[in-house]
Design a protein around this ligand. Structure first.
Ligand SMILES: *Cc1c(COP(=O)(O)O)cnc(C)c1O
Length: 438
């Protein structure tokens, strides 16, 4: 399967040049391997499939907030985890059925809560104040939404602080191990028979599987405690969040959804015995490997003995990689102007972006065949959190994103996932209608 992915990638990069999706006038573009996305969704389904257990896989929309991506995932039976009115609107525009949408966010406004309950989408409350708001909005027996609490099992941090959500002082959820907190959560459920789900998300990239498993086990044990205290199966759904890390160092999928599901089955067997429905919220692990960014080398230069390729992919599309390079390194392929792998002796060089600040580098001191004017670079594994997390520095427009499929005959078919942003659109969102009455 990986050989297929690598083969398709090579064909798509060459075809993108031939079709002009990338070139002097469109110097940066995103590509998404649609078959790889479908394969990842199928792997996820298979990994968690358990007789007698209802499983909803909801895709964390922030990882790729693109309507056609959500439409494709919806067709694969995947739902949507949303964390803002914008993400909800994107999921709805993709035709995502409301029963497959889950709303998690630490800062939901009263209006958002009302809208979610009116639609009947599932809601996970983050904190006691949000729960108090829900007390005023939920009409027991009338509200179709399944409502739960997000708990922070405080199992600790992974390798990347900014994506570790289960630390002692994390801003997310009810901090379960604070003095008295667990008892308060149990009471909150007993006092509200309409609360019927429990949510945890231990973190994203950098959190090891055993720590994710610890977090899920803590949520499961709490659900068992609440159900025992209630004397009935009050909690019927456990939402285990997302966070499966992605291997950014090779084309190997490691760990796999299967690895994680197997670890959970061994560590928390009760989760799979049919008493609970399960919800997952994976983002990165579904979309990262299927995507890449292609960018043109505008100039190649040298400074202080260092070869530097000035490309069109920098902080505007690879924000985390540029600002936190140690946590978010990317593989970079050196390609010629036709999108073919370049060969030649490895030369230590910096791969820079177009932004006007010195730190705008997507790779530092990387050994690659020497990049030259008119060549291309490919930033691999960028299907998640890169296309949809654009940074508007220097008013650089959002690049086009194209889905591709490779036919039996080797022909590559592209479809536009998102058009490149036009300068008119850019001016409009930069106050271009100034003077209008506020
Ligand atoms: C970001 C996020 C996810 C997805 O995390 P991945 O690492 O992309 O799988 C899932 N659930 C919540 C609540 C999140 O904030």
């Amino acid at each position: 399967m990986n050989a297929d992915l690598v083969g398709r990638r090579g064909q798509a990069m060459r075809a993108a040049v031939e079709r002009g999706l990338i070139g002097p006038e469109e110097p940066v573009a995103g590509l998404l391997d649609l078959e790889a996305i479908r394969d990842a969704a199928a792997e996820l389904r298979k990994a968690f499939e358990t007789p007698g257990v209802e499983v909803l896989h909801s895709f964390a929309v922030k990882a790729a907030s693109l309507v056609p991506v959500l439409r494709l995932l919806a067709a694969e039976g995947v739902g949507a985890e949303v964390a803002s009115p914008g993400e909800l609107a994107i999921a709805r525009a993709a035709g995502m059925p409301v029963e497959r949408i889950v709303l998690d966010s630490p800062a939901k406004t009263p209006g958002e809560l009302r809208a979610a309950l009116a639609l009947g989408i599932a809601v996970n409350a983050d904190n006691p104040q949000e729960l108090a708001r829900l007390d005023r909005l939920v009409q027991p027996g009338e509200t179709a939404s399944s409502v739960g609490l997000r708990v922070n099992p405080q199992v600790g941090a992974g390798a990347i602080g900014s994506t570790s959500t289960a630390t002692a002082t994390s801003k997310f959820g009810f901090a379960l191990r604070d003095p008295g907190a667990e008892d308060a959560v149990v009471r909150a459920y007993l006092n509200r028979p309409w609360l019927n789900r429990l949510h945890t998300h231990t973190g994203s990239q950098g959190v090891p599987l055993h720590l994710m498993t610890d977090g899920v086990r803590a949520a499961y044990e709490l659900a068992e405690r609440i159900n025992a205290a209630a004397g009935r199966q009050q909690i019927t759904v456990i939402d285990i969040g997302g966070g499966l890390p992605v291997n950014f160092t090779s084309d190997e999928v490691r760990p796999s959804f299967r690895d994680y599901a197997d670890m959970l089955r061994a560590a928390v067997p009760g989760l799979f015995d049919g008493r609970y429905g399960l919800v997952t919220e994976f983002g990165r692990a579904l979309l990262a490997k299927p995507g890449l960014i292609l960018a043109r080398v505008e100039y190649a230069k040298s400074a202080g003995g260092r070869a530097i390729a000035i490309t069109h992919a920098g902080a505007q599309v690879a924000t985390r990689t540029v600002f936190a390079p140690d946590a978010w390194p990317l593989r970079v392929l050196a390609l010629d102007g036709k999108g073919r792998a370049k060969d030649g002796p490895a030369v230590v060089q910096d791969v820079a972006g177009p932004c006007c600040f010195a730190g705008d580098l997507v790779a530092r001191g990387r050994e690659l065949p020497l990049l030259e004017e008119g060549d291309l670079v490919a930033l691999l594994d960028t299907g998640a959190y890169y296309f949809s997390t654009h940074f508007a520095y220097n008013s650089l427009p959002r690049p086009g994103v194209y889905g591709f499929e490779v036919g039996e005959d080797g022909a590559v078919r592209f479809e536009t996932v998102r058009r490149p942003q036009t300068l008119d659109e850019l001016v409009a969102e930069s106050g271009g209608q100034a003077g209008a009455q506020a």
